[in-house]
Design a protein around this ligand. Structure first.
Ligand code: HEM
Length: 451
């Protein structure tokens, strides 16, 4: 039965948000998780862009479409806060990460952090990761049933040690830090959300301690010696007016950045690999483009010439947004597209399903990278139609880094391997957490020889 979220103040001219709450706390959570695309469509058809329901234990207003996404992400009257919204999911493991800070404090940290993502810094990161990419890919063993997702995840994790930490680690230490990091990320999607020894939440808290201890131990040397990695960059980062991060900040931001970078690039690469396996013509086209560069080493300047990879990356990010939804907590009464949104509400921008709206994207379920080509530019329909990196003050600070890393890895993959899936294969996408293939995306991997 339809019910409104809250009556708007008299005389405000605002409308009440409609919705079907369902069972308190549970509401439509299962439907949203199992079939986000079908559910979003149904809800949009019934209620339009702004509607509410219980989701993951909270009264949640879901705003669909680019216009509503813009209102929330641009956040002109500072009514939407990140910290309280994201903390609900990942707070204990990633507290004081920049995405969990708000308003003036967030801006202050963001200005300093920006110094670690300048063009010059990006170039050094790219150089630092090049040998690790080659080493990682060379170790892949061709054959049937090669699970792309698992291998890419391991590769990006190993690269993080070079490019993010820049610390020489013994095998055991690397395993311990990587393991702690994986546990911290997993804890965010725990069903039992309090510490029971042996379960995810508890492991996440333990992992946070391991990571804090690790970064604090290496911090004095990093401050002293510097380096070409993100850890050193955060230690050195300084705004024109002399603001820097204290030790606690560096550690908190490192732990958060590792998380923000890792699953997202893994999902992007896996989605690209999936579509390139299903559409071998595209795989061939991209390989030719990579071969045309004339040598395996990829220079920062070469990135712009990989236009095919760029289109495939954009289309893959459209079809599977690695961060499927952006939650916000309403910190003062506000409105979205003429609807009254009371303080205390959770608002969610569902990027994953927004990217499949037929209102913005012709034939949205079709893999069609040319839609991002210069003749069509379908993303121009609205500034927020394609928003895999979010928008506004919290827009992904690592988006150029991500593009660089994804393109550098795919370029090297194309020069070494050809991969395929059976003609009728469709991957089973798990959308209960960050989207990923339930089967790990098994492909037939063959060595590619330039004959
Ligand atoms: C394809 C890969 C990536 C995707 C799709 C992605 C997506 C996003 C999105 C949607 C947000 C905004 C969250 C919000 O508004 O609530 C975000 C924020 C952020 N991302 Fe990324 N990200 C990617 C890669 C990276 C990488 C490689 C790094 C670091 C090197 C990174 C670091 C961050 C940070 C630090 C924030 C928080 C920014 C802030 O709050 O000011 N991301 N990312």
């Amino acid at each position: 039965m339809t019910s409104v979220l809250a009556s708007p103040p008299e005389g405000s001219g605002l409308k009440a948000v409609p919705g079907v709450p369902g069972i308190p706390y549970i509401g439509n959570t299962l439907q949203v998780m199992r079939n986000p695309f079908g559910y979003a469509r149904k809800r949009y058809d019934e209620y339009g862009a702004v509607s509410w329901g219980w989701l993951l234990g909270q009264r949640t207003v879901t705003v669909q479409g680019p216009e509503a996404a813009e209102v929330v992400l641009v956040n002109r009257d500072k009514a939407f806060a990140n910290g309280p919204a994201w903390s609900y999911f990942i707070g204990p493991f990633f507290h004081r990460g920049i995405m969990l800070l708000d308003f003036d404090e967030h801006l202050h940290h963001r200005r300093i952090m920006q110094q670690a993502f300048t063009q010059a810094r990006l170039r050094t990161y790219m150089d630092a990761m090049a040998p690790g990419i080659v080493r990682g890919l060379e170790a892949w063993e061709p054959g049937r049933g090669f699970t792309v997702y698992d291998h890419v995840k391991q590769l990006t994790l190993d690269l993080a040690a070079d490019v993010f930490m820049g610390v020489e680690l013994s095998r055991a230490e690397r395993g311990r830090v990587n393991g702690a990091f994986v546990d911290a990320v997993r804890a965010g999607t725990a069903y039992v959300r309090f510490p029971v020894p042996g379960l995810r939440w508890h492991k996440g808290l333990q992992a946070r301690k391991v990571l804090e201890e690790f970064f604090h131990r290496h911090l004095p040397a990093k401050r002293r010696d510097g380096g070409d990695d993100l850890f050193a960059a955060l230690c050195e980062a300084e705004t024109d007016d002399g603001h820097r991060f204290c030790d606690e900040d560096v550690v908190n931001h490192m732990i958060f950045a590792l998380m923000a970078a890792h699953d997202t690039t893994t999902i992007t690469l896996t989605t690209m690999a999936y579509h390139l396996a299903r559409f071998p013509d595209w795989q061939e086209r991209l390989r030719e483009e990579s071969l045309a560069l004339g040598g395996p080493e990829l220079d920062h300047a070469d990135l712009d010439s990989l236009t095919g990879i760029d289109m495939v990356m954009k289309e893959s990010l459209r079809m599977v947004a690695p961060v499927p939804a952006l939650p916000r907590k309403v910190v003062k009464d506000t409105s979205i597209l003429g609807f009254h949104i009371p303080e205390g509400t959770t608002v969610v921008v569902p990027t994953l399903t927004n990217h499949h709206m037929a209102e913005c994207w012709p034939d949205p379920e079709r893999f069609d990278p040319e839609r991002f080509g210069p003749e069509r530019r379908e993303d121009k329909v609205h500034k927020y139609a394609w928003a895999p990196f979010g928008g506004g003050a919290h827009k992904c600070i690592g988006l150029y880094f991500a593009g660089m890393q994804v393109k550098a890895i795919l370029h090297q993959m194309l020069l070494r391997y050809r991969w395929s899936v059976p003609a009728r294969y469709e991957w089973p996408l798990d959308t209960t957490s960050l989207p990923s293939p339930k089967d790990g995306l098994p492909v037939r991997l063959d060595r590619w020889e330039n004959t």
